[in-house]
Design a protein around this ligand. Structure first.
Ligand code: ZN
Length: 195
């Protein structure tokens, strides 16, 4: 009896240790990935636009919560910010009410029926494109317009890139793999100091 019990507890201990190693491994891999991507982005772009996220709000949505907390988006924003600062580049944080996902990047009309499931943005004006690309274009335009008010550095000359939580952010970005899905940005409310 005692033998079996001890055996069971040893097994459990081993399983726990294995799981802990697994978590450590996953965390290390994620950190490495975030470092790699953020370094690549700041090395190739003088200006980056990060989009605000209502992380707290999204965490309340259990479908998104797991993915968001796994994504390390806040950590990514932090890395990009300080690395860009080292380089003397710019990081702009899009206004938290900015409807990047819902606005047509061609005519500016709001698409009010867009849902998270819609991967393609379609407007009455006939404009049709990947939803993340549409949002990225909107953010690029936003960055162009606002960089003078937010910037401390002289105007950057490099192209603007938009960092979205999902892939499709632009030709240079592979950031999105860390992130779950596009949220309804225009309804999000959290500050982005560190997102
Ligand atoms: Zn349109």
């Amino acid at each position: 009896m005692r033998g079996a019990k001890t055996q069971g507890s040893n097994n459990r201990r081993r399983a726990t240790a294995r799981l802990a190693r697994h978590h450590t491994h996953v965390a290390a891999r994620r950190r490495h990935f975030l470092h790699e991507v953020s370094t690549r982005l700041v090395n190739t772009h003088d200006r980056l636009v990060l989009e605000d996220l209502n992380t707290a709000g999204m965490l309340a949505n259990r479908h998104l919560s797991r993915a968001i907390s796994d994504a390390g988006w806040g950590e990514f924003a932090r890395l990009v910010s300080y690395k860009q600062q080292w380089r003397g580049g710019q990081v702009l944080f899009a206004d938290r009410w900015f409807p990047s996902s819902r606005m047509c990047s061609r005519c500016g009309t709001r698409n009010r029926i867009l849902t998270l499931a819609d991967r393609v943005f379609a407007c009455d004006c006939g404009h049709r494109l990947d939803r993340d690309l549409n949002a990225a274009i909107n953010l690029a335009a936003w960055g162009e317009k606002h960089h003078q008010t937010q910037a401390r550095e002289p105007e950057a000359r490099a192209p603007v890139i938009n960092v979205r939580r999902r892939d499709g952010a632009g030709p240079h970005s592979g950031v999105g793999e860390t992130v779950p899905d596009d949220a309804e940005t225009d309804t999000l409310t959290t500050s982005v100091a560190v997102v």
